[in-house]
Write a protein that binds this ligand. Structure first.
Ligand code: ADP
Length: 636
């Protein structure tokens, strides 16, 4: 034990020292501290994992069971061998029963009887050991495969452009990450290996049956095989449909759930709880129906094939019994035959269940394949270079853009922002202001024209080097689960406490943080719903201040803030904007007026651009907005 009691502090552990000084350690009473030390010493090390992630280089082959499993062929073979040994050990039973009956009972030879029984016991004991090895090996293999798949799907999500997340429902993506991957667990853990082994068992038992008595074997196989195969083929078709429906239905249930939870305030405020309930009942009703369909298909097929197996046994008892009476077969052979027959149908039944599992799994694989073949819309060029530290000159030259091919949202935008200049964009809702901001951060690429920073086209630099020099403050500040500290340091996780505190002071949120229980360590729940809109905005500004980007893109909060918060935010903005270029989407004229220059955008075109005074003198749209605003201010 490396860090056992006594490893530190001259014979006393830190816990013991604290206890001696009357300081409880994590509220652990002193007499339990040794136990705590023991537990801590036996804790495994969890080193920071090495994560290989590149937006440009990744496995682009279509996702399929074969390509996914190929690198694990060795492990799958070992698992198959272990299962094969277990199956073989379990199947020697009927042979020993034949020997016991015919040679032990028939010849009244007790030693053979005892030996057969002992061998039987030995085989069962060995099978139990093999079973233990199998369960732990295949369990580990399954978990490993699931782990890899989860990482692959998650890193695929991380790689996608913004358009992917607006076109796919969050709930559907959650389903792919959870339920669809879960549907593969059984298949990965046991299913695939068992599939191979049960298939082998059927073949081996067929050989045994033929070696015991070929006439009886022919009758059995000739009767059972065609019926089972034909019904199996029909079942395959039906269950594929059923499981496809189940996967879609689960995705609907999860999307509806996540939307209901996220929108609970609006649902309650609009008195939509009852309709919401009715809607959810319909959604889960469809899920239940899809499951019932799949279950019914399995029930019909399962009981049909079981009935076939029993009918064949009854027939064999009659036929084989007559052969024994005629002296063509021994009692031992008939018994062994009947026992084998049971074992012949058992793997077939298992194969059917496995097939069911496989169908459910392949429905999930199909969905995952579809998801994994999405290519990110914004791709990093293979020749992309690292953007050197920038001064912050942004330029839009004839930029055209549409979210889809049919509708163009920006119709040839030309804009220049000098290093250190603050440009504010004003215009009616839907004019394309946020779209301009999204293009600067390269969430989307323009369909025509170029956007450059310090003269370099955004498409020629790596996404990481670009975004590390841009700061984005969205309209609705997004706070993550964690503490105030985690949230402020989100863009610079290595920041010292001093820097974090400095950022809070700079934007003027220090007094609020101080009042929270735990200060910087105060937890933030549910995206900061316990904080006011103004506080959330200030935290987002503190985050931007700490990250010290060269260029800031800010979408001003539209929520009505009280006057105090407003002045606070304005002061915070001054601190954050100092010495950097910025594009501010201004919803209030007061904010726009403070910028160096103002651009008026309407219907995807820049109508006017200039300083506040220039635009007022121009007498255009801005002057009109300003007049309306000032008359409103005068009246109030
Ligand atoms: P503003 O910020 O000026 O209010 P936006 O830039 O958000 O306007 O939107 C400009 C236009 O683009 C609007 O007509 C809007 O409906 C459309 N739009 C915005 N986001 C998307 C999107 N993700 N997919 C399709 N259309 C969008």
């Amino acid at each position: 034990m490396m860090f056992g009691p006594g490893a530190f502090g001259g014979g006393q552990t830190s816990v013991q020292q604290n206890a001696a000084a009357g300081l409880p350690y994590a509220n652990v009473p002193g007499h339990l501290s040794d136990l705590v030390d023991d537990i801590l010493a036996s804790e495994p090390d969890h080193p920071t994992p090495m994560v290989e992630y590149s937006p440009a280089h990744y496995d682009r082959r279509p996702f399929g069971l074969r390509t996914f499993l190929r690198p694990h062929a060795g492990r799958l073979t070992i698992a198959t061998l272990v299962v094969a040994v277990e199956a073989a050990l379990l199947n020697v039973g009927p042979l020993l029963v034949r020997v016991g009956i015919d040679e032990g009972i028939g010849n009244r030879d007790t030693s053979i009887l005892v030996r057969s029984a002992l061998f039987y016991l030995g085989a069962v004991a060995l099978a139990a050991i093999a079973s233990l090895a199998r369960i732990s090996y295949t369990g580990r293999l399954g978990e490993r495969l699931m782990y890899e798949l989860r990482i692959r799907v998650f890193s695929h999500f991380q790689r996608q452009s913004l358009s992917f997340f607006t076109s796919e429902k969050a709930g559907v993506l959650m389903t792919r990450m959870t339920s669809d991957i879960e549907a593969l667990t059984q298949l990965f853990q046991e299913g695939l290996v068992q599939f191979a082994v049960q298939g082998l068992t059927v073949v081996a038992i067929t050989v045994f049956l033929f070696s015991l008595n070929s006439t009886l074997a022919l009758i059995t196989i000739g009767l059972a095989a065609p019926v089972t195969i034909a019904s199996g083929l029909i079942f395959r078709k039906i269950s594929a449909i059923g499981y496809g429906r189940v996967r879609n239905a689960i995705a609907d249930v999860l999307s509806d759930l996540s939307e209901s939870l996220a929108g609970i305030r609006i649902i309650a405020a609009n008195n939509r709880r009852v309709q919401n309930l009715v809607h959810h009942r319909n959604v889960i009703g469809r899920h239940r129906d899809a499951n019932l369909f799949a279950t019914r298909a399995q029930a019909v097929f399962g009981s049909f094939s079981e009935a076939v197996s029993v009918a064949v046994q009854a027939l064999l008892l009659l036929w084989g019994g007559r052969m024994v009476q005629r002296g063509e077969l021994t009692v031992g052979e008939l018994t062994a035959f009947l026992l084998f027959l049971n074992r012949f149908f058992a793997p077939i039944q298992t194969l059917i269940q496995l097939f069911n599992q496989y169908q459910s799994g392949s429905a999930a694989i199909e969905k995952l394949r579809h998801l994994l073949q999405f290519e990110p819309q914004v791709v990093e060029a293979p020749t992309a270079t690292v953007l050197p530290p920038i001064d912050g000159a942004i330029s839009f030259v004839d930029v055209r853009f549409g979210y889809d091919d049919d509708t163009e949202v920006l119709h040839g935008i030309n804009l220049e922002v000098e290093p250190g200049e603050v440009l504010s964009i004003v215009g009616p809702t839907g004019a394309g202001k946020s779209t301009v901001a999204k293009l600067v951060t390269r969430f989307y690429d323009p369909t025509d024209g170029t956007i450059s920073i310090d003269g370099t086209d955004l498409r020629d630099v790596t996404l990481h080097s670009l975004r590390s020099q841009l700061g984005v403050v969205p309209q609705e500040a997004f706070l993550f689960n964690g503490t105030i500290r985690d949230n402020v340091a989100f863009g610079r996780p290595d920041a010292s406490d001093e820097d974090i505190w400095h950022a809070c002071v700079a934007v003027g949120i220090d007094d609020i943080v101080e009042k929270l229980p735990g200060g910087l360590d105060a937890p933030i729940h549910e995206r900061g719903s316990s904080l006011s809109a103004g506080e959330r905005q200030l935290l987002a500004l503190a985050r931007a201040f700490l990250a010290r980007p060269r260029v800031l893109i800010l979408d001003e909060a539209t929520s009505n803030l009280d006057l105090l918060s407003e002045t606070k935010i304005e002061r915070a903005l001054d601190a954050v904007l100092e010495g950097r270029s910025a594009i501010i989407i201004a919803h209030r004229l007061a904010t726009a007026m403070r910028a160096d220059r103002i651009a008026v955008i309407d219907e995807g075109n820049v109508l006017e651009i200039g300083t506040h005074e220039e635009l007022v003198a121009l007498g255009g749209q801005y002057a009109e907005m300003h007049e309306t605003w000032s008359s409103h201010v005068d009246v109030s």
